[in-house]
Design a protein around this ligand. Sequence first.
Ligand code: ADP
Ligand code: MG
Length: 344
Amino acid sequence: MPESRLFLNQRYTFSNFVVGPSNRLAHAAALACVQGPGAVYNPLFIHGAVGLGKTHLVQAICHAAIKKNSGMKIVYLSCESFVNDFISAMQSGTLENFRAYYRTVDMLIVDDIHFLAHKEGSQEEVFHTFNSLYNTERQIVLSSDSPPKDIPTLEERLVSRFKWGLVARIDAPSFETRVAILKNKALMLGRELPDKVAHYLAENIDSNVRELEGAVIKVTGLASVEKSEITIDTARTAVSDSAPRKEKQYKIEEIRDAVAEYFNVKASDLHARKRNKSIVVPRQICMYLARKLTDYSLEEIGGFMGGRDHSTVLYAEDKIAAKYKNSHEISVTIDEIVQSLKNG
Ligand code: ADP
Ligand code: MG
């Protein structure tokens, strides 16, 4: 049973894991679990959104622990496998074996423990497994997409146990970490990513490490098909190919400033009550662009534009949209402002 359970990805090692502010604590704690299993952080509970490296990190613990001590009985599995195993042990009347097995390992790593939600029977089993291992100072490592208290229907006694050791959150990586991850991944594929390209990709993909990886694969793939250097153009193509991205989000302040600069008016006048034509049109353009380029609601835009009503924003939007179609002057104006925003 033991070896067959360690389905590990060979790439998910500590040396392939880029450390940054978003994952530093989780990474340090993972290392500590290898150094002193059961001694420092027990359990180690790592949580974070999907694609931020939880599985990578907990598998890195496995790789390193095996390397350090090949005699150690390490079990790594997804919570789903644990639950399925539990169910089939019940069905086949082999619960004794199941328990003897899980309650005597040296290190138990369960990935995606949030899968326990709404599964009372499995929660009970995890509770007893946890107690046996904890009482004998065996290392327990858990990963989850949310902190213990937010796992739906998780029994209170498990919530509290999961917090006995260290709860470490992984956040979305910062720009610098994203750049480092991109460059690393490219090197693993045998290519070097020019700074400009790495920066471009890191700016345009900002949530999920898995997406960053996808972009690197695409960029290096495109470049090798075309037998060309990796350029910004390659990166643009790769990004536009991947899942449709929202238009770049602008801050409403950026839009206001761009409009004010274009018309050479004071930004504060755009918020003010003045109604002369020289300010009304820029103000309406500002609201129109805020509608097009941000996710703010009508109310929020109205509020920002000096406490105006949502109907005022709607009116401005319609008015400028019509002018954009019918007036060459207005359409050029708006395109130029948008361009200036894009250029930062
Ligand atoms: P999760 O389990 O949190 O959903 P994964 O561990 O599956 O995320 O990570 C998704 C992908 O991103 C994997 O291929 C992983 O190698 C990579 N990854 C995530 N974080 C990092 C990191 N800090 N350094 C290098 N690769 C990372
Ligand atoms: Mg995972």
